[in-house]
Design a protein around this ligand. Structure first.
Ligand code: FAD
Length: 509
């Protein structure tokens, strides 16, 4: 009914159906139950134990901390339940050149002087021949990570510790179990069974119901497709189409194997480049996650597995498992009344641990645009526009790691070094090449310091620095930088060891 002020009642979405119970499905279920379960709406989740989940996905980026907080999950309980550890960034080994090593930290480098970006002053020092170390020595997260230390930033305290920004490593199946408990506790109905077919509305083409193998039907107004790579609703039913990015990111396989911990867990992920891809090392409390992501066009599976097993730090604790994927994204993440989340929406290799974040961001975006019945095409288009932008930003940042290499020891590295990249990335790289400039556009996920970290870490130096840096006295800046570098080092030395911090805060299981 319309009111005098123009605001009327509308047809709310009453039945939400989530298809899939992997990380995406249970993240969506827990978040929907928390914010959209007002008693008038039903939330169903269907998953098939026989099909299972991908079961990997153990490293995250800092916004996950907000996701957990939004669901009222206490950090210590979360670490205990998921056998989680803290993550301060990623150490990259053999990327720029074989034998190179650099750290991509969460958080920023140094502090700006009079509003002039720190890295510009650092570049000027390098140009002057100053002996001020690497840019990594001006990052709190790097200083802590490299000494195996960790502490949470303390609210209100005036300390460099407050520059620590962190994420987590966790056991993905334990995280899904934790979210499931919360979601079911808040009213989500779970059905176990395999979906055999889908019913569509003859007029609109929208999905009306999913039909299980036993004939049971689950009807809905809005469907969230979390069915994994196959995209049961978004692709198999709606044929939305997939944009293939494998010419830029030719990795299409991963072999994963957990191993015994070989020592206390380090507070960072490690990515070691090999001949046609790279290997991850993700330390949890009780084991280490490992995997070799590679391109089957340049390396066969047997060789990839041998390399993985030869580079484990502890003994493997299960058989290696191969996963296949195609890098790219669904042409529309939301089509008709189906919103795809997780692997069904697209996949970019886990080099910067972004997939779970793409799920989180998709949920946040869906909440910001939660539709009524019938769904407005404008709201749907806005969702798709935003998701595309985010996927493309992540894609470009991941491609940068391959493009900005000096490696030429294998056909694979020669290909990625010489390939054409998206225009959005070549523009960014050119701006960097001239004067070391990086601009964070729109709501880009990775801040300027992330780009700087990869560029400098992989020996991609600009031709010059920004002229504005010359407005500050170089000797005074150099002396302040020297003090800053010492302060980061000294602060890190005083922090607790990572494993002690988790134990002391009650998060160790
Ligand atoms: P899945 O886990 O595949 O779940 C699909 C669900 O759909 C299952 O419950 C299944 O039973 C159900 N389903 C499918 N078909 C049917 C049917 N017919 N009937 C009923 N149910 C059905 N992400 C990160 O953020 N960090 C990482 O470090 C990281 N590493 C990764 C490494 C690799 C090699 C890969 C492949 C991915 C990685 N990811 C990572 C991505 C991460 O694993 C996924 O984003 C995340 O697990 C979400 O998966 P999902 O829930 O979309 O799909």
């Amino acid at each position: 009914m319309g009111q005098a002020n123009g605001i009327g009642t509308v047809n709310r979405i009453e039945r939400v159906v989530i298809v899939g119970g992997g990380t995406a499905g249970w993240m969506a279920a827990a978040a929907l139950a928390r914010f959209f379960n007002d008693g008038r709406r039903t939330i169903d989740l269907v998953e098939s134990d026989a099909i299972g989940t991908v079961g990997v996905g153990e490293a995250t980026i800092p916004p996950i901390v907000n996701f957990n907080a939004m669901l009222d999950i206490r950090e210590d309980e979360f670490l205990q339940a998921t056998r989680g550890t803290f993550k301060l960034g990623i150490e990259f080994v053999n990327w720029g050149r074989q034998g190179d090593r650099y750290f991509h930290p969460f958080g920023s480098y140094g502090q700006s002087f009079h509003g002039i970006a720190f890295h510009q002053l650092f570049l000027r020092e390098v140009a002057r021949g100053g002996q001020l170390g690497t840019i990594g020595e001006y990052s709190m997260s790097t200083a802590a990570a490299m000494t195996g230390k960790f502490a949470r930033p303390a609210v209100g305290a005036k300390s460099l510790v407050n520059q620590i920004i962190y994420a987590y490593h966790f056991d993905a199946s334990l995280y899904a179990a934790l979210l499931r408990k919360m979601a079911e506790g808040r009213g989500v109905r779970r059905t176990e069974g395999r979906i055999a077919s889908v019913e569509r509305d003859g007029e609109t083409g929208d999905i009306r119901a999913v039909v299980l193998e036993n004939g049971d039907q689950i009807e809905g107004d809005l469907f969230i497709d979390c069915s994994g790579f196959r995209g049961l609703l978004i692709e198999e039913a709606l044929e939305t189409g997939y944009e293939d990015w494998s010419h830029w990111l030719p990795m299409d396989r991963a072999i994963a194997v957990p191993s015994e911990s070989s020592g206390p867990p380090s507070p960072f992920t490690r990515s070691t480049a090999h001949g046609a891809g790279w290997q991850w090392r993700i330390p949890l409390q009780h084991r280490t996650g490992n995997g070799h992501v590679f391109s089957s066009g340049y390396m066969d599976e047997g060789e990839a597995q041998d390399i993985l097993l030869a580079n484990l730090e502890g003994s493997p604790i299960s058989e290696p498992r191969t996963l296949r994927f195609l890098t790219g994204m669904r042409k529309k993440a939301w089509s008709h009344n189906v919103v795809s989340l997780g692997l069904s929406a697209g996949f970019i290799e886990p080099l910067e641990s972004t997939s779970i974040h793409l799920i989180q961001n998709g949920i946040a975006r869906l909440f910001a645009l939660f539709p009524d019945n019938p769904i407005s095409p404008i709201e749907r288009d806005e969702y798709n526009r935003g998701m595309r932008e985010l996927f493309e930003d992540v894609r470009d940042f991941v491609i940068l790691h391959y493009k900005a290499t000096q490696r030429n020891d294998t056909e694979f590295w020669r290909y990625v070094r010489d390939m054409d990249v998206p225009e959005s990335l070549s523009r960014k790289m050119e701006l960097w090449r001239l004067h070391g400039r990086v601009f964070r556009e729109n709501a880009e996920l990775f801040a300027a310091d992330s780009w700087i970290s990869v560029m400098l870490g992989q020996n991609t130096w600009p031709e010059s620095y920004d002229a504005i840096a010359d407005s500050l006295d170089p000797d005074r800046v150099a002396s302040a930088m020297k003090q800053m570098r010492a302060a980061y080092r000294e602060t890190a030395e005083k922090l607790p060891l990572h494993e002690d911090f988790i134990r002391q805060s009650g998060g160790w299981h």
